[in-house]
Design a protein around this ligand. Structure first.
Ligand code: ADP
Ligand code: MG
Length: 329
C-alpha cells in the first residue's frame, strides 16, 4: 500500500477544473471543482445530463477527463488508478449483482475476485449481510429479493474490500418512498457509524436536502451553487409567503399593502399574492392586520422555507422539475 501520499487537506476527494467532451461533441464537464470532507455524506445534485455520472466515472478510474485534476485521499486518480481503486467502492446507476445467484454467493464471489481466500471471503460476506440486514435472505436467489434489498446488496458488494469512500450513482432512483427512506438510513449509518465517506449523486432535491451534509448543484457540467442544504436555502434571503384572497378584485390592493409592509418580490398569481419576508412567521400577523385594515379579505396564508428548487431556479433561471421534463422528453 502507498503510504507517502498524505492528503494536503481534510478533503478525501479533491477535483479541480475537470473537463470532458465526449467524441460526439457533447461537453459533459466544463470546468468542475469539488472538495469532499472526510466522514461526511456529500451530494452531487443535478438534473439529467448535468454530468453526474461522468464525474463519478472519472473519480472511480473508469473514464478519463480531457483536462483537470482529481485525487482521492491525496492519491492522483489519473496516474495511480490502482492505488485509488483499493480505497474506493462504487455502486453504478444499474445494479451489478447476479440475480440468478444468492446474496451469499454474490458476496463471496466478489470477495474472491478481490483476492480474499475462501474463509475470509465467507467471513466478509456474512459480516456485510448482517450489517445490511440481509442475513435471513442470504441463501435465497437475489431475483426473489425486493428492490430495496437488492440496492443494499449493491452497497455491500461495493464495500467487500473495506474502502474508506463509497460512490453511489443515483442510489434511490426508481425506488418507492418507503424504500428510499430505508436506504437513506443505511447510508447514514454507513457514514456516521462505520466511518465511510459517501459521495452520492441524485436528481432528487429532497434526497440531497435530507441526506447530504454538503451539496454541490451542477448544471451543464459546472457548479452552479454549493453549501450545506441550510446555507443554500438561507442564501435565498427569506421565507416565501403565499396569500390566497377571496377574490381577484382585491389582488392589486393587496400587492400595494404587502409592498408597503416591506415584503419583497411581490407577485400576483390568480387570486393569490406571493412575496418574500426575512422571517415569515413574524410577518404573517403584521401582514394580516394591514390587509384587514385595508379591507382585503384573506382565505389562506402559507409560509414556506425556501426550497432547493428555489435555489436552482435562482442560479439557472429554470425550475428543476421543468428541466427534468425537457431532458426526458
Ligand atoms: P448525469 O449522470 O448527470 O445524467 P452524464 O454524466 O451521464 O449526466 O451525462 C452528461 C452529458 O454527457 C449528457 O449530455 C450525456 O448525454 C452525455 N454523455 C454521457 N455519457 C456519454 C457517452 N458515453 N458518449 C457520449 N455522450 C455521453
Ligand atoms: Mg447519471
Amino acid at each position: 500500500m502507498q503510504t507517502n501520499t498524505v492528503p494536503a487537506t481534510d478533503s478525501i476527494v479533491s477535483v479541480k477544473g475537470l473537463r470532458k467532451t465526449y467524441p460526439d461533441g457533447v461537453t459533459a464537464l466544463d470546468g468542475l471543482d469539488l472538495a469532499v470532507a472526510k466522514g461526511t455524506v456529500f451530494g452531487l445534485l443535478g438534473p439529467n445530463g448535468a454530468g453526474k455520472s461522468t464525474t463519478l466515472k472519472i473519480l472511480t478510474t473508469l473514464s478519463y477527463p480531457d483536462q483537470g485534476e482529481a485525487s482521492i485521499a491525496g492519491v492522483d486518480v489519473l496516474s495511480e488508478p490502482d492505488v485509488v481503486r483499493r480505497s474506493i467502492g462504487y455502486v453504478a446507476q444499474r445494479s451489478g449483482a447476479d440475480i440468478q445467484s444468492t446474496g451469499m454467493e454474490n458476496l463471496v464471489l466478489q470477495a474472491r475476485i478481490n483476492g480474499f481466500d475462501r474463509g475470509e471471503a465467507r467471513h466478509r460476506a456474512a459480516g456485510l449481510l448482517d450489517r445490511f440486514g440481509l442475513s435471513e435472505s442470504a441463501d435465497r436467489l437475489v431475483k426473489t429479493w425486493s428492490g430495496g434489498m437488492q440496492r443494499r446488496l449493491d452497497m455491500a458488494l461495493a464495500l467487500i474490500h473495506g474502502p474508506q469512500l463509497l460512490f453511489l450513482d443515483e442510489p434511490t432512483t426508481g425506488l418507492d418512498p418507503e424504500v428510499r427512506a430505508e436506504l437513506w438510513d443505511a447510508i447514514r449509518t454507513l457514514c456516521y457509524v462505520d466511518g465511510v465517506t459517501v459521495l452520492l449523486t441524485t436528481h432528487y432535491l429532497e434526497e440531497a436536502d435530507r441526506l447530504a451534509d454538503r451539496i454541490v448543484i451542477i448544471d451543464h457540467g459546472r457548479v452552479v451553487a454549493e453549501g450545506t442544504p441550510g446555507e443554500l436555502k438561507d442564501g435565498m434571503r427569506g421565507d416565501a409567503l403565499h396569500i390566497e384572497l377571496t377574490s381577484t378584485d382585491m389582488v392589486g390592493l393587496a400587492m400595494g399593502v404587502l409592498s408597503a409592509a416591506n415584503l419583497r418580490e411581490v407577485v400576483a398569481e390568480g387570486r393569490s399574492v406571493h412575496a418574500r419576508a426575512d422571517r415569515g412567521a413574524e410577518a404573517v400577523p403584521v401582514v394580516l392586520a394591514a390587509l384587514d385594515a385595508a379591507g382585503v379579505r384573506v382565505l389562506e396564508v402559507t409560509v414556506n422555507r425556501p426550497s432547493l428548487d428555489d435555489v436552482f431556479l435562482r442560479h439557472t433561471g429554470r425550475r428543476f422539475a421543468t428541466t427534468e421534463n425537457e431532458r426526458t422528453a
